[in-house]
Design a protein around this ligand. Sequence first.
Ligand SMILES: *[C@@H]1O[C@H](CO)[C@@H](O)[C@H](O)[C@H]1NC(C)=O
Ligand SMILES: *[C@@H]1O[C@H](CO)[C@@H](O)[C@H](O)[C@H]1NC(C)=O
Length: 279
Amino acid sequence: MAAAAALLLALLLAVASAPPLAAASSAGEAAAHPGYSADEGTCTVGAPAARRLELEGRGGTTGRIIDITHAYVPDLPAFAPGAATGPLVRLKASMEDGSEYNLSELRMECHMGTHVDAPGHINQAHFAAGLDVDTLDLHVLNGPALLVDVPRDTNITAEAMESLKIPKGVRRVLFRTLNTDRKLMWKKEGDMSYVGFTEDGAQWLVDNTDIKLIGVDYLSVAAFDHLISAHVVFFKNPDIIPVEGLKLDDVEAGIYMLHCLPLRLVGSEGSPVRCILIK
Ligand SMILES: *[C@@H]1O[C@H](CO)[C@@H](O)[C@H](O)[C@H]1NC(C)=O
Ligand SMILES: *[C@@H]1O[C@H](CO)[C@@H](O)[C@H](O)[C@H]1NC(C)=O
């Protein structure tokens, strides 16, 4: 009990000493995303006591749920500049066209929008060993997580990692970067100047922390100039899970319960994932 309290205190101190939060986006900017506003993803569950009791009776949460998943819309950013993402959901049978029902089909790259990578994404030996998204450890994908602000003038280098002072024992970290301020996930055109891990930043994380889940706010955990090399470092051992393209706009830095559930896409090295934070 005392040990748990000490860890919590250490986490809180680390959060307090983290760089200041970037200026919150203005209401005007939020309104520029007609699909859904940042606020819409946040809801308070069970305000009336009766409702709360009903939820608790069913084992539901009374915490505040923050959706950190981007909506899968046709204009999600494409990773390759100029690449078309196309419609993701298409009506295959439509009542307007005389069908008795509406039936949609889903078509998308598995690394589009908010998604996870499996070790086989970059490492052929892991791919051959069958380490697909269906083998990802749900215990890593679900549990306490720390949301930190990376200094805005840098990629996630060894120096930047060191400056974040993430305590040992922390296993899940969501890194908010300049990408969130630049609203890169809201731009259809892929922008390869995004911030991500450099090779030395990835190596520093592997050597000096216990982090197994790495959340980032653009499509790749690795900076474009270190696209393969940083992935290779992370996937040397198949125990690190990158969660990419998270929607970290307007969330306070701090400790949350994180829940990420990828689809059980057998044989795939990537999957869309629904991630939420509970405060
Ligand atoms: C079925 O799809 C059509 C568009 O083709 C739409 O107008 C209609 O509202 C849909 N019906 C249902 C039940 O979703
Ligand atoms: C991060 O690295 C990319 C190249 O991968 C570069 O274009 C970008 O300017 C860097 N960002 C910062 C903030 O240093």
